[in-house]
Each structure stands twice: as C-alpha cells, then as structure tokens.
Design a binder for this molecule. Structure first.
Ligand SMILES: [Ca+2]
Length: 271
C-alpha cells in the first residue's frame, strides 16, 4: 500500500512539473531496426531479449530448392555491392558494403521454388521482431524474370504466414516494402507461447512458363519498422520476475508443446 501511494504521489508530481514532456508521443515511438545489411557475415550482433536480459543473435544464410534444381545449385554467397540510394547513407568506413546473392538453375520449367533463410549452420534461425511491426522492407535486385517473391514470418501463435512481396520482373535494385497485416498476431496470449513474431525467410517461386536456366537474385538492407518501442525497454524484465514459485513455473514450461500449459495459466489468472 505504501509503495502504491508513493507511485501515485510521484506521478502527480510528474504531471505538475513535467506537463510539457507528456505532450511528446513517447508511448508510441516508431523505430526502424536493421535485421541484416549483409556487410558482416554471421556478425549481425542483432539485439534480442532472452529471459529479460539483452543478448545478441548472429547467423549465416542458407538456401534450399525444390526437387528439379540442377545439381550444384542453388549457390548462395555475398558480393561487394550496394544499391545507389544506400551509398550516400552509408557511414561504415571499416567494412566493405556487401549484398547477399543467390544463383539458381532448374532442369525443367514448372512449379519450382527456393527458400533463403537465416541459419546457424545446422538449424534455421528465426529472427524475433520487437514491438508491433508495421512493415518489413529490403532491397532486392531483379533479373527481369517472372518469379514471385514472398516473405515468411511466424506469428506469436506459431503459425507461418506467407506475405507476398511482388514479382521479380524488373531490372536492377528496387526497394520493396511489405506491410504486416493487422490481423497477424504479434503477442501471444499464453505466457508459455512464443512471445513475438519472427522473420523466417524469403521464398522465390517461378512462374510455370518462365525460363529457369539461369537466375540471379540479390538482397540488401533487410529491416523492419515497429511501433511501441517502449515494449522493449519499459518493464520488460518484470515479465520473468521470480515470485518464489519457480518450481511450478518450470514444470508448466516443460509442457509448452501441449495445451496443458494454458490450463495452468488460466489457473494463475483466476487467483
Ligand atoms: Ca549491405
């Protein structure tokens, strides 16, 4: 009770002396966060929150393709290059500017596809996206083939969503913006569920009539725009507070793949 009183008193004081500060939209700040600029292989140092603590995530990129891919393909590597529009914005003077490139070749026309995804060398890495994400954007280099590009994301309920990012029937670099649909759940209702939406990868599929003998694609500057950055810093650590009931929470956590954990959660809420 005493604590509550001091909080209220403190807030009242803030209203009195800090009226001007409250006029700023500090609860809904917009941030643009880089996922990967491909300049430093497997050294993104991407910030992630693990159990309330700030950590960093690093990954490489992998590619796999549908069954009629020509032997020896797809090939994935990075090249020194940069879209012209990004050149003037670049501040890194130590590392050369690089882009991610993939070359594919298929033995026959048809429903061919390939996927490009973050990986730790053995397993796929899904990149957690903080806050309420409104869009993902990136630069893509088109070879003027009628191929279709999709983004793969996983919502906080664990379902994969395929977000169309247009076709690749253009020449050279293009900035592509993919809006995140409002119905896509980005915060789990279950404490045991995944906490955030994650970026899973890119998928490219060929038009059945398009040539498949020699295809190139490049990517650069993959990033996202998000609201309520305050979610990241403001009180996040309280979600994993130790209330002295650790044993119980551990046992419910181990059942996260089944629905029984939701029962224990509703029990918590009813208390
Ligand atoms: Ca780059």
């Amino acid at each position: 009770m005493k604590k509550g009183f001091f909080v209220l008193a403190g807030m009242a004081l803030l209203f009195v002396i800090g009226g001007a500060a409250f006029a700023q939209p500090n609860t809904k700040s917009v941030a643009t966060i880089t996922i990967d600029n491909f300049d430093t292989d497997s050294a993104q140092n991407y910030p992630v929150w693990v159990k309330g603590k700030l950590d960093t995530l690093n990954w490489g990129w992998g590619v796999n393709a549908s069954r009629f891919v020509t032997e020896g393909y797809p090939i994935l590597t990075t090249f020194e290059a940069i879209p012209n529009s990004l050149r003037v914005l670049r501040t890194d003077t130590e590392n050369p500017a690089k882009v991610l490139g993939v070359k594919t070749r298929f033995d026959r026309k048809g429903d061919n596809w390939f996927e490009i995804f973050p990986t730790d060398g053995e397993n796929n890495v899904e990149i957690p996206l903080e806050g309420n994400v409104t869009q993902i954007d990136f630069w893509v280099w088109g070879a003027n083939y009628l191929y279709f590009l999709d983004l793969l994301v996983r919502d906080s309920d664990g379902a994969i969503h395929i977000l169309p990012a247009g076709n690749l029937a253009f020449n050279g670099w293009k900035n592509v913006v993919v809006k995140i649909p409002g119905h896509l759940r980005q915060k789990s209702r279950l404490r045991s569920g995944p906490e955030k939406m994650t970026f899973v990868g890119f998928r490219v599929s060929t038009d059945p009539a398009e040539f498949v003998d020699d295809f190139l694609i490049y990517f650069d500057d993959l990033k996202y725009t998000t609201y309520t950055l305050s979610n990241i810093f403001d009180g996040y650590e309280l979600k994993n507070s130790d209330f002295g009931d650790d044993e119980e929470s551990e046992s419910s956590g181990s059942n996260s793949s089944s629905n029984t954990s939701s029962d224990s959660n509703s029990g918590d809420n009813a208390r």
